[in-house]
Design a binder for this molecule. Structure first.
Ligand code: GAL
Length: 663
């Protein structure tokens, strides 16, 4: 049995469908929904995500009749159900009973109702109520033949990543006791001799609420860790109820990789039975298909390479960006295939039918307001038909060859206040390095700093400000045994408690890179520096002192004029490169290519090729984001057209091909 068959035993095909909110529609529409779902090839619907108030209209009074009928109709129609626990939107009665469960902002405001996600994750009342409704659903639907998956909650931490109420403060103190054991260990870790912040009692420790500038960064960082852990506890509580009462049905919760900065998805992914992710394009960006690819690669990576589910994306425009640019014809299809190429075993959408009321009525859907006479509907039907030919991809693994180190904790720490430059931004460097790999058609895995690096010929570290000593040793072992490592500036500076590594920057990497950074030289907004080989950079420069590394490129002007900007250090069988300034685009390529990141396949920029490999076959997914036709060198059977292919795979402008490669 392949992996996906294990993760979704009751589906076993590429999942197609989306969030289905029948509670917003009269019952006669449900019949039309099922008929249209069948027409579109929908096989999986996520049901009940925000339906708590309809399922439990008053405390302890349940109404499951409507949900019974919905699940029955879907099952008769051959559509599997991803059944949600509705805990992202507690009913109004809950907050009337438990006003203390409302979240409090960093500024001390209590958040009101009328929206969703307005609860404190540490609230005992919330946790109990969430476990209660999850248990009701689990008991009732454990053996329902339609239920293929449990969808716990919805996007933990998205609208509201941390709560600062008194219950949260208590929970934080408990979390700290567990982490540090004693107050003196905490005082040492947090460096509380600075500004006389020493704590003599656990009760003196507060969340990092609105305060004068310069709140202890170690306290802030721990609060972010704590907040991610509190939401994760909420998930675990529900998951354990479902595992106990409905064993055998896998449990997921939808992540938002990488758009939700605040959850440490390395930790989260270890707790779900199957990883699922929601992804929305940054609609105004012309290269948003590259950001999509990065999100998909990161999702697969947190899933440790196992197949994952694309839980939500959109057929067209969303409703919550400043300008909600519509997808052009063909774009939705390319987006869906790009996720599948990078390991998704589903293409699901928010949402099935466009809402007539509520905050999301201007969001696209599979069935738009205009119904079935629309282009979007025709495209939805076409995509469903195409995906139904691809069941053999289920459970296959993505072949990758480049590793990029990713760490949420380092991201959080980097972007606290009072850094050497406001322009030090985690996603800026991640996207810049990822983009070069994407354009070279090299498939990227993201790796935890302490993860297994042995399979990668090349590792990139675009930004890793916070680095533990064991991560540093992991990287050093990787280089010694023959790996190529490229490290960008302001990495390896502090350890996991926000304390500068001793002995000069970058303390965790000095020996490996064969240099030290004597001084950071941030640049003024808009200033640029020139480097040899006609390169230009901005934002950042450094004064390097080499101790074994050789200079590869020098600064020609700016605050480090004449001094090394890019260096190389041979260590054991491998090489560690250092890039001390902010290079982008083709300028960054010059360095990365010299380090070994060469383009594959010789295709024009904008043609995306990814391989998925199974036990008995491998597949090439080719996506043409350009407006010109291209040809890809490949042989096998093309699964969307059924055409055999001998040596040349034609890939028309804007089109997609899926080739089962000749062995
Ligand atoms: C997601 C959310 C959905 C819907 C969607 C709109 O983040 O899970 O419920 O709000 O955004 O794009």
């Amino acid at each position: 049995m392949n992996n996906a068959a294990r993760t979704l035993p009751r589906l076993g095909k590429i999942g197609y469908g989306g969030d289905y909110n029948p509670e917003q529609w009269p019952e006669q529409v449900w019949h039309e929904d099922v008929r249209l779902m069948r027409e579109a090839g929908v096989n999986l619907a996520s049901v009940g995500i925000f339906a708590w108030a309809m399922l439990e209209p008053a405390p302890g009074e349940y109404d499951f009749g409507w949900l019974d009928r919905v699940l029955g109709l879907l099952h008769e129609g051959g559509i599997a159900v991803d059944l949600a626990t509705p805990t992202a939107a507690p009913p109004a009665w809950f907050f009337r009973r438990h006003p203390e469960a409302r979240p409090v902002t960093h500024e001390g405001h209590v958040l009101g109702g009328g929206a969703r996600h307005a609860f404190c994750p540490s609230s005992p009342a919330y946790r109990e109520a969430a476990a209660g409704i999850a248990a009701q659903l689990a008991r009732r639907y454990a053996d329902h033949p339609a239920v293929a998956l449990w969808h716990v909650h919805n996007e933990y931490g998205w609208s509201n990543h941390a709560c600062y109420c008194d219950a949260s403060a208590d929970a934080f103190r408990r979390w700290l006791r567990q982490r540090y054991g004693t107050l003196s260990a905490l005082n040492n870790a947090w460096g509380t001799t600075f500004w006389g912040q020493r704590y003599g009692d656990w009760a003196e420790i507060d969340p990092p609420r609105l305060a004068p500038p310069g709140v202890n960064p170690a306290l802030q960082l721990d609060y972010l860790r704590f907040s991610s852990d509190e939401y994760l506890d909420c998930f675990r509580i529900e998951r354990d109820v479902l595992h106990r009462l409905a064993p055998g049905v896998p449990v997921t919760t939808n992540f938002m990789v990488p758009n939700c900065k605040w959850m440490d998805y390395w930790k989260w992914a270890a707790e779900v039975d199957v990883v699922s992710n929601d992804h929305y394009l940054q609609a105004e960006r012309l290269d948003n298909h590259i950001e999509l690819a990065m999100a998909a690669d990161l999702t697969r990576s947190v899933a440790r390479g196992r197949p994952w589910l694309l839980m939500e994306h959109s057929t067209g425009a969303v409703n919550w960006q400043p300008r909600n640019i519509a997808k052009v014809p063909g774009e939705m299809r390319r987006n869906s295939f790009a996720h599948i190429a990078r390991g998704a075993d589903s293409a699901l959408f928010f949402q099935w039918r466009a809402s007539r009321f509520g905050a999301e009525k201007f969001h696209s859907a599979m069935v738009p307001h205009g119904g079935t006479s629309t282009r979007i509907w025709r495209d939805v039907v076409r995509l469903g038909a195409e995906l139904s030919n691809l069941d053999e991809l289920v459970g296959t693994r993505v072949a990758s060859d480049i590793g990029i180190v990713w760490d949420w904790e380092s991201w959080w720490a980097l972007e606290l206040e009072w850094r050497p430059s406001f322009d030090l931004r985690y996603l800026d460097r991640m996207s810049a390095y990822y983009e070069r790999a994407w354009r070279a058609n090299r498939t990227v895995d993201f790796v935890h700093p302490e993860g297994d690096l042995s399979g990668y010929q090349m590792m990139l570290i675009p930004s890793l400000y916070l680095m533990s000593s064991s991560a540093a040793e992991n990287l050093a072992a990787y280089v010694r045994s023959g790996g190529t490592l490229v490290v960008s500036y302001f990495s390896g500076i502090v350890d996991e408690i926000e304390t500068v590594h001793p002995g000069g920057h970058p303390g965790a990497l000095r020996d490996l890179l064969g240099l030290s950074v004597e001084e950071f030289l941030p640049l003024r907004a808009g200033d640029r520096v020139r480097l040899e080989r006609n390169l230009t950079a901005d934002v950042w420069a450094e004064r390097l002192v080499l101790a074994g590394a050789e200079p590869v490129l020098r600064y020609l002007d700016g605050p480090a004029a004449g001094e090394p900007a890019v260096t190389r250090h041979r260590v054991g069988q491998g090489t560690a490169w250092y890039v001390s300034t902010r290079l982008n685009g083709r300028d960054l390529d010059v360095v990365l290519q010299e380090a070994g990141l060469t383009a594959r396949d010789g295709l024009p920029d904008g043609v995306e090729l990814v391989r998925r490999v199974g036990d008995s076959a491998s597949y090439l997914i080719a996506i043409n984001h350009t407006d010109g036709d291209v040809e890809v060198a490949a042989s096998g059977k093309e699964l969307l057209t059924g055409a055999p292919c001998h040596g040349v795979l034609p890939l028309p402008a804007g089109d997609v091909r899926v080739l089962r490669a000749a062995s």
